[in-house]
Design a protein around this ligand. Structure first.
Ligand SMILES: N=CN[C@@H](CCC(=O)O)C(=O)O
Ligand SMILES: [Zn+2]
Length: 418
């Protein structure tokens, strides 16, 4: 493979910092590591050198002829975006439900009447592995086109052993076959399946005694997520599931305080979750607890918009010292989008993150939220060459000219894929 040499980037945003470790908080979220007239040398799948074009022209003077040269004059170059929260592998679609909600029926009422997550669960149970693979492959292509090179994805539309495993096995195959890195999360506790209605604790016992051991045995997931919400799983039930997963080596994540305030943020801090998701209704105490425990807030402003809810208090969380990541929450019900650029725009518009903070939340902090900070989220020597070139001259333009896909080219592991 020929080396790739990106030169003359008007702005090269590295997100690298020699002095910062751990997820970025407060002012550190604005430290983008910008190099003007930046340059990047990629060899095989890794970044070999980063600096100004002048520096690299000096260092690689006798190897310049070997490389595929990319002129990035007038362009912004950033790390590949990381989407740390999706439900991207599912059967069917739910466009009728979208209209119902516009007529005023609530998301939870649809779900409690057997639609919502239950509807997707039926369609996912019916789909073959091949169908799920095909449908999800196209979704991953769309992520790539929007500059995303690493995606977390949850199970949770099976709600029985067979289909949870089917979803996770499809994810494993997609991770191996598709350019995108797919990071799997087990979410058997996404809803109580109708077979267990009225016997919620029996379903939890089934998750703990049957599903988790099997998922771990087959090495199908790294994280364990729970929908901790009124009429879904209580904080006590969620804690039981997350603690059990932890004993099997699955790191906890929590869908917390999405629809109702439910002490989800507090629970995330208590169980040592790597991240808490949604947090639209998180309490001040919960926010403080997350700042103390170092739990990353994974905020989903496209979901809030799509459900026509007030977005999470991103500004307040950053000011309180919480590390914030952002995500599409790509799923067939509350956020059928693959656009991280739109999510960055919304993070600014509806949660008052600055353009710099939004980029940090979609790169290095997102990588931390899924334990991939060593591989993804920043441009640094030795890291995988996941790089996006945008047709804008600076990062502010990305957030300012909103709702537009500015991606011009994407490299994943050093290979140009867009
Ligand atoms: N809120 C729970 N789970 C998903 C939505 C799942 C669905 O509606 O299919 C979410 O994160 O938004
Ligand atoms: Zn979700």
């Amino acid at each position: 493979m020929k080396p790739v040499w990106i030169k003359h980037a008007t702005q090269l945003v590295t997100m690298a910092s020699s002095s910062l470790t751990g997820p970025r908080t407060k002012e550190a979220m604005s430290e983008l590591g910008i190099i003007e007239d930046g340059s990047l040398w990629i060899e095989n799948d890794v970044i070999v050198k980063i600096g100004t074009t002048e520096q690299l022209e000096h260092d690689f003077a006798d190897r310049a002829h070997e490389a595929d040269v990319v002129d990035a004059k007038g362009k912004l170059v950033t790390p590949g975006l990381v989407d740390p929260h999706t439900h991207a592998v599912y059967g069917g679609t739910r466009e009728q439900e979208f209209e119902k909600r516009l007529e005023g029926v609530s998301y939870m009422n649809i779900m409690n009447a057997g639609g919502g997550i239950h509807a997707t669960s039926r369609m996912t149970r019916e789909a073959t592995e091949d169908e799920l693979f095909e449908q999800s492959w196209r979704r991953l292509d769309s992520f790539l086109k929007h500059g995303v090179t690493t995606v977390e994805s949850k199970s949770g539309y099976g709600l029985n052993l067979e289909t949870e495993l089917k979803q996770l096995r499809v994810m494993k195959k997609l991770d191996e076959a598709h350019a995108i890195d797919l990071i799997p999360t087990f979410m058997g506790a996404h809803a109580v399946p109708k077979e267990y209605k009225g016997r919620e604790d029996d379903y939890i016992t089934h998750i703990i005694e049957v599903m988790i051991p099997k998922v771990v045995d087959e090495e199908l997931a790294q994280f364990n997520d729970v929908f901790c919400e009124k009429n879904v799983f209580t904080p006590e039930q969620s804690e039981r599931i997350l603690k059990a997963g932890k004993e099997f080596g699955l790191t906890p994540k929590i869908h917390a305080d999405e629809i109702e305030p439910f002490n989800g943020a507090e629970l995330a801090a208590k169980v040592g979750a790597i991240s808490a998701e949604h947090l639209l209704k998180a309490s001040d105490e919960g926010i403080t607890a997350m700042a103390k425990s170092g739990t990353i807030a994974c905020l989903l402003p496209a979901t809030a918009l799509y459900l026509r809810e007030e977005a999470a208090q991103g500004r307040k969380m950053i000011d309180a010292g919480v590390a914030v990541a952002i995500s599409t929450d790509c799923n067939p019900g509350s956020s059928p989008t693959t656009s991280m650029p739109l999510v960055m725009n919304l993070a600014c518009i509806s949660m008052r993150l600055t353009p710099a903070e939004a980029l940090c939340a979609a790169t290095i902090n997102a990588a931390y939220a899924i334990g991939r900070e060593e591989q993804a989220g920043s441009l640094e020597v030795g890291k995988k060459a996941d790089v996006v070139m945008w047709d804008v001259p600076n990062y502010r333009m990305l957030q300012y000219a909103f709702g537009v896909n500015h991606v011009e080219a994407v490299w994943k592991n050093g290979q140009q894929v867009v």
